[in-house]
Structure formats: C-alpha cells, structure tokens
Write a protein that binds this ligand. Structure first.
Ligand code: PEP
Ligand code: MG
Length: 563
C-alpha cells in the first residue's frame, strides 16, 4: 500500500492508494460500505425429532429454489442471459436428489440437525467435485458451496439486504457470490471491490454485464475504510480512499465526461459504419472467452474478428477436450449468428505457455515453436481443435484463421488437415458448416509473400502486435526496449499497405486485428490503405465507429495527391 501524505488546511490528510485486478473499467465515486461476513453457527448436537429436521431441510431447499428463480429473473433484466444462467443452473442443481441424499442420511441415520447435515453433506460433495479432472465439473464445487450457504441463510433467517443502507455506495467485501452480487440494489450500488475473486468467475461476468466498475484481488481492503469517501478507478485498477479535494475534483470531472461520452456513443449503435464518402468498414470485436459475448452485443460489433482460442487452453490445467472446446465455440457461434466469428487456432508458445504442453525451453521462444509451428508438429492436438471448430460451424457463421504463418507450405498443410477433419466428421455422420479460412499476417515473410498466400485463403487478418515485433526485431515482452519501440514505424505501414493491395488483387478481404487497430490516430491512415475490417477490444468499438464516420478517405487522398 502506498501512502501519500498531503498537507491541507494545516492538517495532514492521507490518501490511500490500493490496487487490484480490474474487472471492468469506469469510475465510481462514493462512500465505502463493507459487506459484513455472515458466520453460520452450526450445532453438532443431535435430535430425536428427525422428521422435523427433514422438513426443515425440504423447506430450505424449496425456499432457495424460489429465491434462485427470483434472482434469475432479476439478473435477466440487469445482466442478460449470460449473467442469469447461473441462477437457473442453481435451481436445477437443487432438484438433484444425489446432492440432497447425503444430507438426508445424516439426519435420518445419525440424527443431526438440518444445519449440520447441509454443511457436512454439501462440503463432501463439493470436495468430490474439486478433485475431478474435468475443469467444468471442478468449477461446480463453487456452485455447491454457494447453494450450501443459501440453504443455511434460509435456516438462520439471514437476509443480506438488511445489512445495506439507502445511500449510494461502493461495496467492499472479502469475496462476493453471484447471488450476493445480483441481490445488491443497483440503483445505489456504484462499484465493487473485493479482496479475493477471479477474473473468470460468475461474479466477474455479472459485474461486467451490469456495467459496474469493479476491482478484485485488492489485498489492502481494510475495516477502517468503512464509511470513507473513495474513488474506484477501474481503468487504472486502483481505489483511492480519502482522496484530496484536488484529485477528487479531477476524477469527478473525468467520471462525468466519461458518462457523457458513453451516452453519446451509444447513439451510434445500430448505425452503419460508413466513412463520409460512403465506404462501409466492418468493426468487429477481439475476444478470448465466451463470457465476452455480452460485450460484443452490447457494443454492437459487426462480429468477432479475433477469438483468441488459446485462452481456453491457458485457463485450464489440462488440455481442453474436443467436447469442451466444441461447447465453447458453439456457444459463441449460436449467440452471435448470423454475425461472423473468426476463431484463431491455438497460438500457444513464447509468452503464452502452459505446463501440460511440456514445451521444451528454447533460447529464443518468440522465434521458436509457437503458434502454427506447435500445432503442425502436434497433429493430434491440432486436429482435436479443428474438429471442435468444424463441429461448432454447424451452429452459426464461423471462420477460422491460422497464426504465425510464414509460408504457403504451412497454409496448405493447415488446409489439408482441416479438410481431413471435415472428411472424418462427415464419415462419422457429424454435421459441419461452411467456413471462411484465413491467415494472420504477423510476420514480414507473410506480408512480403501476400500475393502467393492470398491464392490459398479467403481473407487476411493483420496482427500488428507481432508484425511490429518481428519487423522491428523488438521483443514485445521486453519492457527495457520501450525506448526503441516506434509503434508508428514506417516499415510496418509499408507492409500493411502491401498486404491490403495483394489481398484485393486476389479478391479477398483484409482486416487488422492487432492493438493498433483501436488507435484513433491511425484510423485514417488504415482506411486509406483500403482495409475492409478493424477488429478491436469491445470497449474501443463505439469510439472507433465515431472516428470512422468523421473520415473522408477520398478527399484525403485527393489532397495528398495535390501537395
Ligand atoms: C497480433 O499479433 O497482433 C495479434 C492480434 O495476436 P496476439 O496479440 O494474440 O499475438
Ligand atoms: Mg500475434
């Protein structure tokens, strides 16, 4: 924790600056309320009236089901289908006798009270799930823990809302369950900060869908914050307690300006992305996880230009199975159809490593066995992903693209494996859909051979992050090289121009999906190259649309010719 002592009107004021991991951007300003933890008192004593305890158990079960249903309806309104799904799942889980039977046994055979039976029975089941290999099932242990608490809440008559007051506030808590999050009165909830939590948790998804500034893993949360004025700055992953007046004024202005901009930008939703001279540009989203579907829809993206599929691998302790991948891709394809979703095949290696892949240490990992090189040396691994993508293609408008390509030979190998997987699936009687096939242009070799490569694919997507790294020979991971890095290096723009021209000569479309695509200083230059699509993080979509609508590409080119 850093402390900044500030002199003010003769007294020393201290502004506390604490940091965490941001879940969503945005600024919230208000007083802190600390969520009091509810401790359950579990009695080990036994009872003779076993029927009564069974009745209490059943009462709690049906009451929690009712509550979960109410929460589902509430979440549908505030967070949409994605945010609400968890409550429907909880309601269904409670119908499962296998979950309740161990508790009933503890009551009927051992004479324990309902509280202890639930506490012990659910804990054992949760432990069983925690030890499972399948990551999806492993995660269910969290749901079981939450249902246990919900049942104990009913038995103890505890209601979270009673703890909160009417004034708008920023909530600070150890951790929050999805139910707790959705039960908070959104009219007065300004933001959330928790000590624990994970970026992929249901709570995080809910906070994002509810558009709440939120910070997790903020280890400095302290009881003394209760009632203090705070600024939660999602953009900088920080919270400031007791801000000094000057800083408060600056951040209040920033928050108000942000709100104004957001309101203005939202007017662009549903409007075409046309330049002043009438060229339509597709503005798509870059995502890494199906949980970001809401962001894509909310920002009215034209589709997904880059689904970084390797995040599914990085978020798992074992390789995701074909079925797990299929479910993830299908979910995105279905939710966004008829919009196109382009899945970039697994780009592991270099900075994105996972232990279960047992990648041998290399002297130059960024120039080593990463991306397509890894996939082409592990065909079985690659085919599991290709099969999953092909299966999901029957459920929407999917495209596929291969990363780190340097030669025609590699593209042909990829296309052959894809065709082989399609044949196998057809023989197995599994349906597949049509898909556009493309490659990422992120090496100078690919840009320089774009004419030859264009013969093999339906589109190019330029990855400026790696294209910069490999063109300028600057390791993108090495912070010490910052001063040598020129993100606007002319060599990069020459390669981009060459790629777009080569693509168009061969009647294929060309997009940009690297970070530079979201830089408004470059939009005009990119559009002048003739690029057809920009794919950016969902938050940059609306500002980019605004920028595109202010550009007249023809006029600029005429002006340039005259001078
Ligand atoms: C890129 O290199 O520009 C790109 C989009 O891929 P990544 O950042 O995932 O390497
Ligand atoms: Mg890349």
């Amino acid at each position: 924790m850093t402390m900044q002592a500030r002199q003010q009107e003769g007294e020393v004021r201290e502004m506390i600056v604490a940091t965490g991991t941001k879940i969503s951007d945005g600024i919230a300003i208000g007083r802190i309320r600390i969520l009091k933890e509810h401790k359950y008192e579990i009695s080990y004593s036994r009872t003779e009236d076993r029927e009564k305890e069974l009745e209490r158990l059943e009462h709690a079960r049906s009451e929690v089901q009712k509550r979960q249903h109410i929460l589902y309806e509430k979440a549908m309104k505030s967070a949409g289908e994605d945010g609400a799904a968890i409550f429907e799942a909880h309601e269904l889980m409670l119908e499962d006798e296998e979950l309740i039977d161990p508790c009933k046994e503890l009551i009927m055979q051992r004479g324990y009270k309902a509280e202890y039976a639930i506490w012990s029975g659910f804990d054992k089941t949760a432990q069983m799930f925690r030890e499972m290999e399948n990551p999806y099932l492993r995660e269910r242990s969290t749901d079981i823990g939450e249902l246990k608490n919900a049942l104990l809440d009913v038995l103890s008559g505890w209601e979270m809302e009673e703890e909160m007051r009417d004034e708008p506030y920023i909530l600070a808590a150890e951790d929050l369950t999805p139910s707790e999050t959705v039960r908070l009165d959104q009219k007065i909830l300004l933001g959330i900060v928790t000590r624990e939590g994970s970026s992929n948790s249901h709570t995080a998804i809910l906070a994002k869908s509810m558009d709440l500034p939120a910070l997790i893993r903020c280890k400095e949360i302290d009881k003394s914050w209760e009632g203090k004025l705070a600024i939660l700055d999602g953009e900088h992953s920080s919270i400031y307690i007791d801000p000094d007046p000057e800083f408060l004024e600056k951040m209040t202005a920033k928050r108000d300006e942000r709100k104004k901009q957001e309101a203005l930008l939202s007017l662009l939703k549903g409007k075409e992305n046309k330049t002043l001279d009438g060229k339509t540009i597709k503005v798509c989203a870059n995502i890494g996880d199906p949980s970001e579907i809401e962001d894509v829809l909310e920002n009215d993206a034209d589709g997904v230009g880059l689904f970084r599929s390797e995040l599914l691998y990085l978020n798992s302790e074992t390789e995701p199975s074909e079925e797990e991948q299929f479910q993830a891709y299908k979910r995105v394809a279905q939710a966004l159809a008829p919009k196109q979703v382009i899945i970039r095949t697994c780009d592991i290696g270099a900075d994105k490593s996972v232990s279960y892949m047992r990648i041998k240490p290399e002297d130059n990992p960024a120039l080593g066995c990463r991306g397509i090189r890894l996939c082409l040396t592990r065909n079985d691994f690659f085919k599991r992903q290709l099969r999953a993508i092909l299966r999901a293609s029957a459920y929407g408008n999917l495209g596929i693209m291969f990363p780190m390509i340097v030669s025609v030979k590699e593209v042909r190998e990829c296309n052959e494996l894809l065709a082989e997987c399609r044949r196998e699936l057809t023989e197995e009687g599994v349906e597949t859909g049509q898909m556009q096939t493309g490659i990422m242009i992120e090496t100078p070799a690919a840009a320089l051979c774009a004419d030859e490569l264009a013969e093999e694919v339906d589109f190019f997507s330029i990855g400026t992050n790696d294209l910069t790294q490999y063109t300028c020979a600057i390791d993108r991971q090495n912070a010490n090289l910052e001063r040598f890095l020129d993100p606007y290096h002319p060599a990069l723009f020459k390669l981009i121009q060459m790629t777009v021209e080569a693509g168009h000569r061969h009647q294929i479309w060309v997009g940009i999906c690297g970070e530079l695509g979201a830089d408004p200083m470059l939009t005009e230059m990119f559009l002048k190259t003739g690029v057809d699509e920009l794919s950016v993080n969902p938050r940059s979509i609306l500002p980019l649309r605004k920028k595109i609508r202010s550009i007249d590409v023809t006029n600029r080119m005429d002006q340039n010719k005259r001078t």
